[in-house]
Design a protein around this ligand. Structure first.
Ligand code: ADP
Length: 307
């Protein structure tokens, strides 16, 4: 096999109580990539459509992630990478992660899988280091593994795949405003009170339990964030109103996706998700902010091979 076409999914990191440790993969929102071997011994980004992103290999997360992987293998195989962007950069739904995870996944397939999906995570994290200055795993892990991922620890890196309750749906609103990941990290407080920490780890542990037991009620009661959301939500226009609308229409939880500006409403069942999506759309279209709105299942498969 010399060429592979893949779907590289968008992901939602943090999920309220899981700041920097939890993320989930979407099923129908994502980019496409075409990767083929070349004879030039170089990794080249040959085409990008949909977004204005760097074509220089060392400035594109896909190039950086693949180079990290080839270095580990001591391989001088060259690759051409085409990226068909559907996820907008800086949206907070893992645009950079989709490219770096997608690229290492595809190259691994073309090299007859020298690495497991788990082993690909550190290479994809190098792409995240380029994008945000921080090699975080909470987008690239769910993109590669599918479903929900928990970063148990960074040193050593240990990542768990958690089960996906089948009825879960995600409604994602992306207000088309700029929130830079670095800016939105810089406003977070570096110290928190013990009381808040106790509440947060209680919620995170309960959320994990709810995923295993498919307890949608408990899941809803656990999707809370007393630490980051109160600070970051001020960057998102009408956050409190949106949260109330989502909850009033039966969403299990509502929060910021990654570092924003996208927000998510987690819902039980397609019908409820459609209702929440409609209510959010009706509210936001009266505001003078352009937006994208998505409804997706959780992508249990992660990256998909298209051909
Ligand atoms: P997101 O959370 O949606 O990934 P970030 O703001 O964290 O958004 O990352 C986007 C940054 O990564 C931008 O500076 C963008 O130029 C850079 N970047 C480099 N290559 C890519 C790529 N292939 N896809 C998306 N962003 C990329």
């Amino acid at each position: 096999m010399d060429e592979i076409k893949i779907f590289a999914p968008a992901t939602v990191a943090n999920l309220s109580c899981g700041f920097d440790v939890l993320g989930c993969c979407l099923d129908t929102v994502g980019d496409e990539m075409l990767i083929r071997k070349n004879n030039s011994r170089e990794v080249k980004i040959t085409k990008i459509t949909g977004q204005d992103l760097p074509l220089e290999t060392d400035k594109n997360v896909a190039g950086v992630a693949v180079k990290a992987m080839l270095e580990k293998l001591n391989s001088d195989q060259g690759f051409d990478i085409e990226i068909y962007k559907k996820i907008k950069s800086g949206s907070g739904i893992g645009s950079s992660a989709a490219s770096s995870a997608g690229a290492v996944f595809a190259v691994n397939k073309l090299l007859n899988e020298p690495f497991s999906l788990q082993e690909l995570i550190p290479f994809a994290m190098e792409g995240e280091r380029l994008a945000s200055g921080n090699a975080h795993a909470d987008n690239v892990a769910p993109a590669l593994l599918g479903g929900f991922s928990l970063v148990k620890s960074y040193e050593p890196l240990e990542i768990l795949k958690l089960p996906t309750p089948p009825e879960l749906r995600m409604v994602i609103l992306h207000p088309l405003i700029e929130v830079n990941t670095r800016d939105s990290r810089s406003i977070i407080k570096q110290s928190i009170s013990l009381k808040k920490a106790i509440n947060q780890w209680g919620n995170l542990a309960a959320l994990v339990s709810a995923l295993y037991t498919e307890d949608y009620g408990l899941l809803g009661r656990s999707l809370k964030d007393e630490i980051v959301e109160p600070v970051r939500s001020i960057l998102i226009p009408f956050f409190d109103e949106l949260k109330k609308i989502a909850k009033d229409h039966g969403a299990l939880g509502f929060g910021i996706s990654g570092s924003g500006p996208s927000v998510f409403a987690m819902c039980r069942g397609e019908e409820k998700a459609e209702e929440v999506k409609k209510a959010i759309q009706e509210f936001y279209q009266e505001k003078e902010i352009e937006f994208d709105l998505h409804l997706s299942k959780i992508g249990n498969e992660g990256i998909k091979i298209l051909g």
